[in-house]
Design a protein around this ligand. Structure first.
Ligand code: FES
Length: 616
């Protein structure tokens, strides 16, 4: 009887009242389920920095009093670090044993909101590119004049030859599906439109004139954020541009944790693939609706993602990226039928992938290199993309050398007690003024945390004012550096930031050393990525994060990966350039360097003096 009662109670489940800002959401869940899993199932995915292993302390949420087991020592430690009162529990460890009310900080929730953004290029035509030659073009054909339609009795090769000659394209291939469609078209159909991929392959024949309906997507498949643009491939106009959180964040903040999750058990790879696909699908939905076009008119997506993202998006195993020597399963990948990827664009459409350049230096970087025309510039240049992974490329003369360095989530506020992502309410800029920190928040909202640019700012300003030693030790007998009410950097936070900074500095130094180049011989440095473009340069240089080049030699490249994906969509010259990159780039494995550890230790000092004119 008792057993039956328990079963009934289990089936009835427990009620969760989620307080999210001004909203209250009521959910039901299974008794005994972990809170974060219950929220995920209900469509409220949380950002689980450590994959819910209970070791990062980032998922603390306030819960109503109840018959809960006592807080664990780890929970207590994290709560006290954040100066929170009792009643805060780790959402990834908290088991639901009865009805509960949960107060969810908005920045813990992975936003499913699509954020349209305006770019200076928006609505302007890209036709002015020196080589405007989109990946997909359409050609009008007259079936009657070709005498290649049904009933003509021509062998396949003759049809191909006739169509190639008619379109003025050599060695044109016709996919079997397109050929069947051509043969099925009614006799006397007259005008039809050939959909041609990269002047090489006919993907489809469409009845009538559909030339004006030819669209494509440029996608930056980022670990944290996915950005996309919708383009008219006839006029070259950017019709819309938007970004969304990568829903994979529910399974880990960075590439290492996502790879680990994928390898943990069968089925996880599918979850990761599905999450990325949902994020991209949501973006396509909003972009196409806003532009008033049908998805069926989108024939191609040019995708720039790092090696892990590329693998996960295609559903390829990531074993080789999870263990030394961390090799991707592919460098260059042929275009993939959109239907195979799960993307709901024209089913005959294709996905073009910017090639990987080596372990953890992926298609986002190859796209960025093409966008900044790094290989076409005379001289010595650095390309630096900062994020959870720092990707670094050095061009010395004609030589290209690349490496990646695991900075971890600190630059995105992850794992830092007062850190948060760059969303509304995050402090993004700090300055020491009149004996205290003056700051600016995103959207002018009440401060709720510090994002990466402000975290670096606090370190740099604290160094300047003597609150912090170059060793990273907090001075003046303080235990922490207060920024404003309830927000302060602890000694542990500073150590984590030091590790991230040192990872980048030592990676850059070893790259230069390998090429036998002193930083003073650099002609320029491109800073790519969202984080890189939000930092205060003077503060970065004060920490020694970058070589101390004069300001005129440092260029902010913006989201170079997205701009590169756009270029690859529109320019044949860019595609030829990117396809040659893998054979030109030499990969430097930092883990394989004997001197990496000693260089890393030297780089821990927060000082621009790390960069010496006598280096190399
Ligand atoms: S402690 Fe919960 S996600 Fe890390």
């Amino acid at each position: 009887m008792v057993k039956l009662a328990n079963r009934v109670e289990k089936m009835a489940g427990v009620e969760i009242r989620v307080r999210l800002g001004q909203r209250t959401i009521r959910l039901r869940s299974r008794r005994g389920q972990i809170l974060s899993s219950a929220l995920l199932e209900a469509g409220l995915p949380l950002r689980l920095y450590c994959q819910g292993r209970g070791i990062c302390g980032q998922c603390l949420v306030r819960v109503s009093p109840g018959p809960w087991p006592e807080e664990s020592p780890a929970e207590r430690k994290f709560r006290l670090e954040k100066k929170l009162p009792e009643g805060y529990r780790l959402a990834c460890q908290f088991r639901l044993r009865g009805p509960v009310e949960v107060w969810l900080p908005e920045n813990l929730l992975i936003s499913q909101e699509i954020r349209p953004f305006s770019r200076p290029e928006l609505k302007t035509s890209q036709k002015a590119l020196p080589d405007f030659n989109p990946l997909v073009k359409k050609y009008r054909l007259n079936l009657l004049s070709l005498k290649a339609g049904p009933g003509a009795g021509l062998p396949t090769n003759s049809i191909k030859e006739k169509i190639s000659a008619h379109l003025g394209l050599k060695q044109l291939d016709i996919t079997p599906a397109a050929l069947n469609k051509l043969l099925e078209l009614r006799p006397g159909s007259g005008l039809l439109t050939a959909v041609v991929y990269d002047e090489k392959s006919v993907l489809d024949f469409e009845p009538g004139d559909t030339v004006s309906c030819t669209f494509g997507l440029a996608i930056d498949l980022g670990t944290t954020t996915i950005s996309a643009e919708l383009l008219d491939l006839v006029s070259g106009q950017i019709l819309g541009s938007a970004a969304a959180d990568n829903l994979q964040a529910a399974f880990g903040a960075d590439l290492i944790s996502r790879t680990g999750f994928a390898l943990e058990k069968p089925g996880n790879l599918r979850k990761l693939r599905q999450s990325a696909l949902s994020s991209v699908e949501n973006l396509i939905g909003v972009l196409s609706r806003n532009a008033g076009i049908r998805r069926n008119c989108i024939y191609v997506a040019s995708l720039a993602g790092n090696a892990v993202m590329n693998h996960l998006f295609l559903g390829l195993p990531v074993e080789s990226l999870g263990q030394a020597p961390f090799q991707p399963a592919f460098i260059s990948h042929p275009p993939v039928p959109a239907a195979e990827t799960g993307l709901r664009i024209n089913p005959r459409g294709l996905v073009y992938l910017s090639p990987n350049l080596g372990s953890f230096v992926g298609g986002d970087i190859s796209a960025g290199l093409v966008y900044t025309n790094l290989t076409g510039r005379p001289g010595n240049f650095l390309y630096v993309d900062l994020g959870t992974n720092g990707e670094l490329v050095l061009k010395k003369g004609k030589k290209l050398l690349a490496t990646s360095t695991a900075a971890g989530p600190a630059f995105e506020g992850g794992g830092i007690s007062c850190g948060q992502r760059a969303v509304a309410g995050a402090i993004e800029e700090v300055k020491w003024q009149a004996g205290r920190f003056a700051f600016r928040t995103i959207g002018g909202k009440e401060p709720s945390g510090l994002c990466g640019s402000a975290l670096l700012g606090v370190l740099a300003e604290s160094l300047k004012t003597g609150l912090l030693a170059e060793s990273g030790r907090i001075l003046k007998g303080r235990a922490e550096i207060p920024v404003c009410d309830r927000l302060a950097l602890t000694q542990l936070d500073i150590r984590k930031l030091q590790l991230a900074i040192a990872a980048v500095k030592s990676g850059l130094k070893l790259l230069l050393q390998t090429a036998r180049l002193n930083w003073t011989e650099l002609d320029g440095l491109f800073l790519a990525g969202v984080f890189g473009n939000s930092v205060n340069l003077a503060q970065c240089l004060a920490l020694g994060l970058l070589p101390p080049l004069p300001r005129r030699k440092i260029f902010f490249a913006g989201n170079a990966s997205l701009a590169g994906a756009r270029l690859l969509l529109l320019s044949r010259r860019a595609r030829l350039q990117v396809e040659k990159l893998p054979s030109r780039v030499e990969h430097l494995s930092l883990a394989g360097r004997q001197d990496f550890q000693s260089e890393f230790l030297k780089a821990l000092a927060l000082s621009r003096r790390y960069w010496r004119r006598t280096d190399v």
